[in-house]
Design a protein around this ligand. Structure first.
Ligand code: G6P
Length: 600
């Protein structure tokens, strides 16, 4: 979704802003823009629909300045266009904004009644006008006044030629992080835009704003109380944001999975008690024993990984567990129970639906843990405790390594809860050994990439595909269908294998291939009879499992049956990726999708 970058210092802001915006491209956008305060105190603005590179190439050599803001926009109010692109300007003030101003219509009407001519269809444009109309001596106070009139969510960055060298940023529901340099300062909506320049960052909290000058910053609340912030250090290497020779980030991230899983496991398995240690849980054994139910919340792939997690917790810890889309949960006035453990899953830690579900839970006194990849993100900070994935930045919109690492973290959590409940030491050891074997087994699957790519190129000719799985295979089928839809745009529907005869069997024909998840577990015979039902109706079946053989079969290494749902999706990631490549799609930035959906 939208991205913000800002800079103030002795250098030229322009290359820093364009480079930063390029780093945010992965989030999805339709237009981009910059505003800089030139050394002579004038405001220079350039914005256009289209790519950051095109904007950068169109800038005249004199387009320079020591303080500036940049933006990538993902249209919400008003279509993608040059006028609707940010920054928005009023007199000496320029603003970039992520989020949604809910009372924008009302504010626009008031401004227009006062004779202000608005030039875009955006909600954002009211902001620079409100700021420019303030009599406050300090920019920070003018921004504060403007924000007090706004209902909605925002991450903003503001410059004003009347205050050269000063940036004001603020956050409410949309992330803002400050980057501390040597006599220069940065701000952005995502650390990805900063890592090239600095490792020292400060995450703003909701309701906080900051005045930034080249030599430092000051943070305060919306009601002007000073806040104290401790900088933290970004651990991610800058190279993690480069495709490093891969044609696409999605393929790079699929191949990073052995290392990502190793990082998720590192230091967390206990060989003495055959359990797992998860430092951030903040749950003593007595509290863990008191948990009567586990409810997992997430969106998209995070939800499907949560469904895998629920199954692992039920199987290993025998605690009733289920997963639900956070986007549904937050709207249905859920019953919140004191002895239920709620777990929010999010790669980005910024998905608004998931964040809102967490906030609703906290408001009702629920205990919420986060299973999150992005360190210091909003969801991670909103939760009572949690577990980081340490998967490294995931740039491709379609989640691969974060999905797998989430499933691994849930296996660790299920092992931990299981060993507090009734899981025997022998079973604990069996699961721990299974987990240790995963990275090597993922390598084995990745070695089959050429074969899977050929299969994918052939499957790309179909308009629609069915994905079926039973029990442990069911969330795998759902994730497989999600991946295919996201990047190849082939219609894909997942069904529990057991439900096939209750409806979708009517669809089976040579034109609708079915991808079937068939692990060698206690349900193998049942699954084989489902395959028979499809084949009897001349449906093509592609199997992902341990035992089936043939041209349309992908065989994955066997691990413990409880862990099957971790390895089985990996061939499906490759299938989706190579189908999308065969169809010539923009794999890393699928149409209509954004990496992190930070709006309602
Ligand atoms: C978007 C993406 C999905 C992703 C979901 C959750 O909808 O298109 O691919 O799974 O967000 O993202 P999160 O960052 O919360 O895991």
């Amino acid at each position: 979704m939208c991205g913000i970058v800002a800079y103030t210092g002795p250098g030229d802001a322009v290359p820093i802003l364009t480079e930063g915006l390029a780093r945010l491209e992965y989030r999805g956008y339709d237009s981009a823009g910059l505003a800089v305060v030139g050394r002579s105190g004038d405001l220079r603005v350039r914005k256009a629909e289209g790519r950051v590179a095109a904007l950068a190439a169109s800038l005249p050599a004199r387009f320079k300045g020591g303080t500036g803001i940049g933006h990538t926009r993902w249209a919400t109010h008003g279509e993608p266009s040059d006028d609707n692109a940010h920054p928005h300007v009023a007199g000496s003030v320029a603003v970039v904004h992520n989020g949604i101003i809910e009372n924008a219509d009302e504010l626009r009407a008031k401004l227009e009644a006062d004779g202000v001519v608005l030039t875009s269809d955006t909600d954002t444009e009211v902001l620079p006008h409100l700021i420019a109309r303030s009599d406050a001596a300090e920019l920070e106070d003018a921004v504060r006044e403007a924000l007090s009139q706004i209902v909605g969510t925002y991450g903003i960055a503001v410059v004003d030629t009347r205050h050269p060298g000063v940036l004001v940023v603020a956050r409410n529901g949309s992330p803002v992080v400050l980057g501390i340099g040597e006599k220069e300062m940065y701000a952005a909506s995502d650390v990805a835009a900063l890592v090239r320049y600095t490792r020292q960052v400060v995450h703003l909290d909701d309701g906080e704003l900051a005045t930034i000058r080249p030599d430092g910053f000051r943070t305060s609340t919306l009601d002007a109380r000073t806040t104290r912030k401790e900088p933290s250090v970004i651990e991610t290497e800058d190279a993690a944001y480069d495709a490093e020779g891969y044609t696409h980030f999605m393929r790079k991230e699929i191949h990073e999975q052995p290392a990502a899983v190793e990082r998720a496991l590192r230091g967390r398995l206990d060989g003495r008690f055959h359990t797992a240690h998860l430092g951030g849980l903040d749950l003593d054994p007595r509290e863990a024993r008191a948990i009567r139910r586990v409810k997992i919340l997430g969106c998209g792939s995070a939800y499907y990984a949560g469904q895998v997690g629920a199954q692992l917790i039920e199987e290993l810890a025998r605690i009733p567990a289920d997963a639900e889309p956070a986007s549904e949960f937050r709207y249905r006035n859920p019953v919140v129970e004191a002895d239920t453990l709620y777990i929010a899953v999010s790669q980005s830690g910024e998905t608004y639906d998931t964040l809102a579900a967490v906030q609703e839970l906290r408001r009702k006194g629920g205990r919420v843990l986060g299973v999150v990849n992005a360190v210091g993100s909003a969801i991670a900070r909103e939760c009572d405790g949690g577990v980081y994935l340490h998967a490294g930045p995931e740039i491709a919109v379609a989640s691969t390594k974060a999905y797998t690492s989430t499933a691994v973290v849930f296996a660790l959590l299920a092992l931990h809860l299981g060993r507090i409940h009734d899981l025997s030491p022998a079973d604990g050891r069996r699961i721990a050994e299974g987990l240790r074997a995963l990275p090597g087994q993922i390598e084995e699957i990745l070695r089959q990439e050429d074969r899977i790519a050929a299969l994918a190129a052939d499957l790309a000719k179909y308009r629609s595909m069915l994905f079926v799985g039973r029990v442990r295979g069911w969330p795998v089928a759902r994730e497989g269908a999600q991946k295919l839809k996201e990047v190849s745009y082939i219609h894909a529907e997942a069904y529990p294998a057991s439900e096939l005869k209750h409806g979708p069997l009517a669809l089976i024909s040579p034109d609708l291939p079915a991808v079937a998840i068939v692990p060698d577990d206690e349900l193998l015979d049942k699954n084989r009879s489902t395959l028979g039902e499809i084949r009897a109706r001349h449906g093509r079946v592609i199997t992902i499992g341990h035992t089936e053989a043939g041209e349309d079969a992908v065989v994955v290494p066997k691990n413990e049956p409880e862990l099957d749902a971790i390895l089985l999706p990996i061939p499906l990631q490759l299938l989706a990726y190579h189908a999308a490549v065969a169809l010539g799609h923009d794999v890393d930035k699928p149409r209509n999708l954004a990496k992190s959906v930070t709006v309602d």
